[in-house]
Design a protein around this ligand. Structure first.
Ligand SMILES: [Ca+2]
Length: 323
């Protein structure tokens, strides 16, 4: 009983920044839904979303999802001169949906990503406002924004002071193959692993690949909303039904519940990346990097948590269905 009281006094919601290439794969959308579930449970506080896909629909879609979950106040920052500018139906189709009367199915603040602030300035501003050693950053796209934050010594100092942990979905620690998030902006990924001043935990390609988000969950677990922007994204990304690896979701789960035993951890070491987008890990007791491990015994429990969190009803859904 005493332990419960103490826990409730001390368990402050983790301030989180979500840095995403929203639009390139549907796991980013499910990962953002998980963060909203964690915020509803007072386990996290989403202080900003920053985007590394240089497409105007990315910020619009993120803002739509935040608004859908009742959190339109969350600032969204965008990359300038970033990679993967191509359009993507998973973000554009839900953003363009309208009702018979012409109104948007998913209202939002931003009409275009062009209205959003630049990501690095936003990162600086939100970090300055938080307590020292408190912020967790989850990077599930390219390293463009975070690498740019390392360009000024004052910002490196700011990161060192404010950030407790950076989790990244990046790399492959099972096979020496290029991984998309590293490959698309390898210069920034290399800089991040070389210079980022806090602990980094990486969820490699091989972790999310072992746990597939099931199409059946999309079809059955989101019935609490007549229209759901994440369901629409999933249906627009590929032809249903399909199961999809949970890459970005795993980085969120570890970031918010690092002590829950969903995953194992490698020894401490140093991650490096080459120009082709391959990562390498060298164990080193003085290193600040680790990567996630997943045993057969951990797999079912972790996947169930990902599904339950991604499909958790909004506190005040925009368009609730009471059946
Ligand atoms: Ca991603």
């Amino acid at each position: 009983m005493l332990a419960l009281v103490v826990a409730s006094v001390w368990a402050q919601p983790t301030p989180v920044i979500f840095d995403t290439d929203m639009g390139n794969d549907v796991d980013d959308a499910l990962a953002l839904a998980m963060l909203h579930a964690f915020e509803s449970r007072a386990e996290c506080r989403l202080i900003a979303v920053t985007i590394t896909k240089d497409n105007p629909w990315s910020a619009v879609y993120v803002d739509m999802v935040n608004t859908f979950y009742g959190r339109a106040r969350i600032p969204v920052g965008v990359v300038k001169g970033g990679v993967t500018p191509e359009n993507s139906p998973m973000i554009q189709a839900p953003a363009e949906r309208r009702r018979a009367d012409g109104s948007l199915v998913y209202p939002r603040r931003l009409a275009s990503g062009a209205e959003a602030p630049e990501a690095v300035a936003l990162l600086r501003r939100v970090l300055q406002a938080e307590k020292d050693g408190s912020v967790v950053i989850v990077q599930v796209g390219f390293s463009t924004n975070l690498a740019r934050l390392l360009d000024s010594p004052a910002d490196v100092e700011l990161v060192r002071k404010k950030v407790r942990l950076l989790t990244v979905m990046a790399g492959n620690f099972a096979q020496p193959k290029p991984e998309f998030n590293v490959q698309k902006d390898a210069a920034s990924a290399r800089k991040l692993f070389e210079k980022w001043p806090t602990e980094i935990v990486a969820s490699g390609f091989e972790i999310g690949e072992k746990m597939l988000f099931p199409a059946s969950s999309i079809e059955h677990d989101f019935g609490w909303a007549a229209d759901h922007p994440v369901v629409d994204a999933y249906r627009s990304y590929k032809r249903m039904p399909y199961d999809r690896p949970t890459w970005d979701l795993t980085a969120v789960l570890y970031a918010i519940r690092p002590e829950a035993g969903y995953f194992g951890l490698s020894p401490a070491g140093r991650i490096t990346a080459d120009a082709a987008g391959r990562t390498q890990f060298r164990a080193d007791a003085a290193g600040r990097h680790r990567y996630l491990l997943l045993s057969e015994g951990q797999r079912a429990r972790a996947l169930e948590a990902l599904i339950l969190l991604a499909s958790t009803p909004a506190e005040k859904p925009v368009d609730p269905v009471y059946k």
